[in-house]
Design a protein around this ligand. Structure first.
Ligand code: G6P
Ligand code: MG
Length: 217
């Protein structure tokens, strides 16, 4: 079969989106401004440094380049502390079996994540071996909504973008999939996610065959 599924990591496969939020909130608390879950939607799927810039914009703050680098690395320290005990219990419902079902049907599987911690997280979850290809934040120069991460994923799978279906929980990621010329399933709420070909609450709400149908339409 010449079809591929490309999965975002945080918020699609594993429940780490809440830890990213908590780590950024700690930075906002230190800088003494309010950072809500609603604000956090703008950071989802976005690279670490770009997330910091959005956070500083929300707080109405300007920081020097050195200070920005320090804050981004402090956020990552908080984040790594929060995920240090991450294991397969943190996998989102059915994410592992959904990937296995897709593989059994001959679908190629890639990861397309903005995270520089992706390889570490996949290892902790014990699912690294399920992926035919991995593109993460250490391998791209342009953050979502730029399509680079997904275009590279399709290339590594030796598939045309039109034969790849992306699973994304972030608006920036859905936009990146669309910019790559790919179909996309949004994971979350249709009140928040726009322009996906379908939105479901999680990978436990859709079958591999239903997902494949979206790719065929
Ligand atoms: C994911 C998350 C973002 C995060 C980004 C970078 O896309 O949705 O919230 O900022 O990855 O992650 P990193 O682990 O490199 O800081
Ligand atoms: Mg995500």
């Amino acid at each position: 079969m010449n079809k591929g599924f490309i999965f975002d990591l945080d918020g699609v496969i594993v429940d780490t989106a809440k830890y990213h939020y908590l780590a950024w909130k700690k930075i906002a608390d230190e800088l003494k401004f309010n950072f809500t879950l609603e604000h956090n939607e703008q950071l989802k799927g976005v690279s670490r440094l770009r997330s910091l810039d959005i956070l500083l914009e929300i707080g109405g703050m300007n920081k020097t380049e050195n200070e920005r680098i320090r804050l981004a690395s402090e956020k990552n320290k908080f984040y790594l502390e929060l995920i240090k005990n991450l294991d397969s219990n943190d996998l989102l419902p059915r994410s592992r079996s959904f990937i296995i079902d897709a593989k059994d049907k001959g679908i190629k599987i890639a990861l397309g994540s903005a995270s520089k911690n992706a390889a570490y997280i996949l290892k902790k979850l014990g699912i690294a071996h399920l992926f035919d290809a991995r593109i993460d934040g250490t391998m791209v120069s342009n953050a979502k909504p730029d399509p680079e991460v997904f275009i590279k994923g399709a290339e590594l799978l030796s598939l045309k973008p039109s034969n790849c279906l992306v699973f994304e929980d972030a608006q920036a990621g859905i936009d990146a999939a669309k910019n790559a010329g790919m179909k996309c399933i949004g994971i979350g709420s249709s009140n928040i996610l726009h322009s996906a070909d379908m939105v479901v609450g999680g990978l436990d709400q859709i079958s591999v065959l239903e997902a494949l149908n979206i790719l065929k339409n």
